[in-house]
Design a protein around this ligand. Structure first.
Ligand code: PLP
Length: 396
């Protein structure tokens, strides 16, 4: 069996059709899109066409709302810091306990500078306490930041409803959505929502790393994070990365082409994988059965064993998976998402995330279902928790 890649929430393989679409803009149509001569105009044309595609991808109203940048982390920093720069009077922010570090860390830093941050809780399934969020919004709240889908559990949050609630309680409070994981998994329609700002990242849906999009709903202003030239309507300085922008637009087109069929196929594979593991591994349980879950993600806890060890054994079998988010793996700190969910300590260190894409197959799923029980048995054999593991096997 060749490499089996089940870590698509960390990053995805670039689609060959995306590489093809990028190719002309490296050494043929390499002009600066702001230049007046034909070579520049060709790049400018690609930029305009890409912006139109992304407008459709997000369901935005106007291509002017689309700002190209380098990644979602840049977009999140731009929004959170940019809103506060122009709203010096308000010092209260709301976010959730399960955000990606690119949102969480910025809030933690703001707290050190004297801002008050309220963190919304999630339940044991990873579902957000929307009522609590509602109770926290006041006219003093400058910004509410909520992810559309969680990268670790796949839990989907009702951001459209949340945005509406926020505006009802405080019309001038801004709403920011990290849509990194949902992009490409369902058709978005931001124009019909109260979302003010939103970010996506190309490398999560088969475009390369290093290109992202910041959506700014018409009527909103932001202080740019990167100042300089007048690119991107003065909202993000720096010569546009035309090949990568052509790439993210092509990836968006491909995602839109078969969005329902592809995601139905991915969900069937994910369900087969999840059911197979839960049935065949004696100490496995699902960490998140959230109300609504991304079709490609499963997060499974294996009691009394170490998640990193599972990953190393899977790697030996050519299987790529993750424990927690890519950004936190490498540290032995358990995932802040699972901790926020109150995942029992017996699973907290022994959880892995498997995330699929359009490239996965049934054979790959079956290979994992066949080999994972052997891996778990091997690790269980050297665990210091022999009594507890024996008990689990008995009660299975
Ligand atoms: N938000 C979520 C939910 C993510 O999963 C990630 C990447 O892991 C990011 C933001 C950051 O994206 P980028 O790598 O484009 O900065």
């Amino acid at each position: 069996m060749e490499l089996i890649y089940f870590d698509n929430n960390a990053t995805t393989m670039v689609d060959k059709r995306v590489i093809e679409a990028m190719h002309p803009y490296f050494a043929q149509k390499y002009g600066n899109p702001s230049s007046i001569y034909d070579l520049g105009a060709e790049a400018g044309k690609a930029l305009k066409a890409s912006r139109a595609v992304i407008t459709e991808f997000l369901g935005a109203k106007d291509p002017k709302e689309i700002i190209f940048n380098s990644c979602a982390s840049e977009g999140a920093n731009t929004v959170i810091k940019g809103v506060l720069e122009l709203d010096k009077a308000r010092k209260h922010l709301i976010t959730t306990r399960v955000e990606h570090p690119c949102v969480m860390t910025v809030h933690q830093e703001l707290e050190k500078k004297g801002y008050k941050v309220s963190y919304v809780d999630v339940d044991y399934n990873g579902d957000l306490d929307v009522k609590q969020l509602e109770s926290l919004v006041t006219p003093e709240t400058a910004l509410v930041s909520v992810m559309w889908a969680n990268n670790e559990t796949g839990a989907i949050y009702p951001v459209e409803q949340i945005a509406r609630i926020v505006k009802e309680k405080s019309p001038t409070t801004k709403v920011f959505v990290d849509a990194v994981q949902i992009a490409g998994k369902r058709q978005l329609n931001v124009k019909d929502t109260d979302i003010d700002f939103l970010v996506i990242s190309g490398h999560k849906f088969h475009a390369p790393k290093g290109v992202g999009v910041l959506y700014i709903k018409s009527g909103n202003i932001l202080k740019p994070l990167i100042e300089g030239g007048h690119q991107e309507r003065g909202k993000r300085a720096g010569t546009e990365n035309v090949p990568y922008i052509a790439g993210i637009a092509r990836a968006a087109e491909l995602a839109m082409e078969n969005i329902v069929e592809e995601n139905t196929k991915v969900k069937a594979l994910r369900d087969r994988l999840e059911e197979g593991i839960l049935k065949n591994v004696f100490n496995a349980s699902l960490n998140s059965k959230s109300r609504e879950r991304m079709c490609n993600t499963t997060n499974i806890g294996f009691e009394y064993i170490e998640g990193e060890l599972i990953l190393l054994h899977l790697n030996d079998l050519g299987i790529c998976a993750s424990s927690g988010s890519a950004c936190t793996s490498g540290s032995l700190e358990p995932s802040h998402v699972l901790k926020a969910m109150g995942t029992p300590f017996t699973c907290l260190h022994g959880s892995i995330r498997l995330s699929l894409s359009r490239y996965n197959t049934e054979q790959e799923v079956d290979y994992v279902i066949k080999h994972l029980p052997e891996v778990i048995d091997k690790i269980a054999g050297i665990s210091p928790f022999q009594k507890e593991l024996a008990e689990l096997r008995k009660n299975r």
